[in-house]
Design a protein around this ligand. Structure first.
Ligand code: FES
Length: 108
């Protein structure tokens, strides 16, 4: 397997309802993760981009959280509708999507 140019980690952490930290699961991360896998397949980028479901990345209140390496960019509040733009502009274009970055207080 070739080393990917970019590795996307999508938080799929769940917590019990009412938990003080909430979770990305409660913010709809499952649809976001599915869309990343769908777009990866449609764009046939298996040799360039890797997508991995992961546990908590930290900024739970800002979820769904998505982390991209090697750039070290943390996105928050990502929706299914944002995934195409993330592929076009960041994963393939190399430019992070500023409007989806979490604030520095969460990842800075
Ligand atoms: S639960 Fe997703 S960042 Fe914490």
């Amino acid at each position: 397997m070739p080393k990917p140019e970019r590795h996307v980690f999508v938080c799929t952490q769940a917590r019990p309802l009412g938990h003080p930290r909430s979770s990305c699961n409660q913010h709809g991360c499952a649809a976001v993760f599915d869309e990343f896998l769908w777009q990866l397949q449609q764009r046939n980028l298996f040799n360039r981009v890797q997508v991995t479901a992961t546990g908590c990345l930290g900024p739970c209140s800002e979820g769904p959280s998505v982390l991209v390496y090697p750039d070290g960019v943390m996105y928050g509040g990502v929706s299914k509708e944002d995934v195409s733009e993330l592929f076009d502009r960041h994963l393939q274009g190399g430019e992070p999507v500023e409007r989806l970055k979490v604030a520095a207080e969460f990842w800075g």
